[in-house]
Design a protein around this ligand. Structure first.
Ligand code: GDD
Ligand code: MG
Length: 352
């Protein structure tokens, strides 16, 4: 059986003032009406029913997640006492699922991406599921890169394993998580690399094998509590295990080291909405090419990104600015400094 595992523990610090500790990006609507987590869940329900979807998130966000996802049962929203990054989250899900179903297949998804072409995405998902059903593989979806982004993982494509056209699956020759800029530039220029979309498909048993091999301490800590998972002792057991394990991403901890990784390139209008600047291609634009949400009137202004849901915002002669107004805060930022919102967030930590 195929299960959806949605990782929702991120803090979304680059979306201040819209996102706050209590309301990280995945709990907000960034495009459209639905929140990002609602969109993520609904996107996969044509192939994975609600009853086989699990969301894993930080304990402080669990109540809000349950409110936003009323279709999920209580035990389908799993609380982590502290964030230990994605390897722990994935290990927890893998042990939980394989306890119930030794043949369980996992589709692991981040909770904060936009996907424009949902039909093509689901088609690719089916190809991925078929592929990992038949072998001991760890599959990741690849995206053709268009800039030397240092916040992503890079996949060097190896030989073709199966399929053709949009169904072609490749072996991965090398995977490098978040290279430095010089390396990313050389990867982009070589034309041989794809970005890792951060979405994975594998059998629970196979990712457990990989965790045993590459992160044995982490894997053993979760294995030791696996008898308590799904019982009244679950949260205490998770806390005891999480107190002992290291925080490491699945990308650094497993995918860079494993030799049974596959890549299925996808063309699905993917956007990981990493910062306010990425909304340029998501929100509607006015005549000046300003991406706007809410009530905005602009005069001789170009290429700005403006969100003003509560009051009329006006721009005169503004260029390349990000303006975000919320009920209690206003941010004005140069577009090329969008990544620095994270730094601002650090300074403002004590302001909630
Ligand atoms: N439950 C849980 N617990 N979820 C977590 C945790 C955690 O401790 N840490 C992160 N997540 C969730 C985030 O909410 C997000 O949905 C997803 O896991 C990925 O984490 P990010 O922190 O956003 O990873 P990243 O963007 O730096 O890198 C990953 O995604 C890139 C594509 O967006 C990697 O997989 C890269 O290789 C990839 O290119
Ligand atoms: Mg991310």
């Amino acid at each position: 059986m195929v299960h959806g595992v949605i990782m929702a523990g991120g803090s979304g610090t680059r979306f201040w003032p819209h996102s706050r500790r209590k309301r990280p990006k995945q709990l907000l609507s960034i495009a459209g009406q639905k929140t990002m987590i609602q969109a993520t869940v609904e996107r996969i329900t044509p192939i994975i029913p609600y009853e086989r979807i699990m969301v894993i998130a930080g304990a402080p966000h669990v109540d809000e997640l349950k409110r936003q996802l009323p279709e999920l049962g209580n035990d389908q929203v799993v609380a982590e006492p502290v964030g230990r990054n994605t390897a722990a989250c994935i290990a927890l899900a893998a042990y939980k699922l394989s306890n119930k179903d030794p043949e369980a297949l996992m589709v692991v998804l981040p909770s904060d991406h936009l996907i424009g072409k949902e039909k093509e995405f689901l088609e690719a998902m089916k190809v991925a599921v078929d592929t990992v059903t038949n072998g001991e593989y760890l599959l990741m979806f690849g995206i053709v890169p268009n800039r030397p982004e240092t916040g992503y993982g890079y996949i060097r494509i190896g030989e073709r394993l199966s399929g053709g056209g949009p169904k072609t699956v490749y072996k991965v020759a090398q995977f490098v998580e978040k290279p430095d800029l010089v390396t990313a530039e050389s990867y982009l220029a070589s034309g041989k690399y794809m970005w890792n979309s951060g979405m994975f498909v594998w059998k629970a048993a196979n990712i457990i094998n990989a965790l045993d091999k590459h992160l044995p301490k982490l894997s053993n800590a979760i294995r030791e509590i696996s008898g308590s998972l799904g019982t009244a002792e679950e949260s205490l057991a998770i806390k005891q295990a999480y107190d002992r394990i290291e925080a490491v991403s699945i990308d650094h901890g497993v995918m860079e080291k494993a030799d049974n990784v596959l890549c299925l390139p996808i063309d699905v209008d993917w956007n990981d909405v990493g910062s306010w600047a990425s909304l340029e291609s998501v929100w509607d634009c006015d005549d000046g090419g300003n991406a706007i949400r809410g009530q905005v009137v602009s005069l001789q202004s170009r290429e700005c990104i403006v969100s003003s849901p509560y009051k009329l915002a006006t721009l005169i002669g503004a260029e390349n600015l990000i303006v975000v107004d919320t009920s209690d805060a206003l941010m004005i930022c140069r577009k090329d400094r969008a990544q620095d919102v994270r730094k601002l967030h650090e300074i403002l930590k004590n302001h909630g």
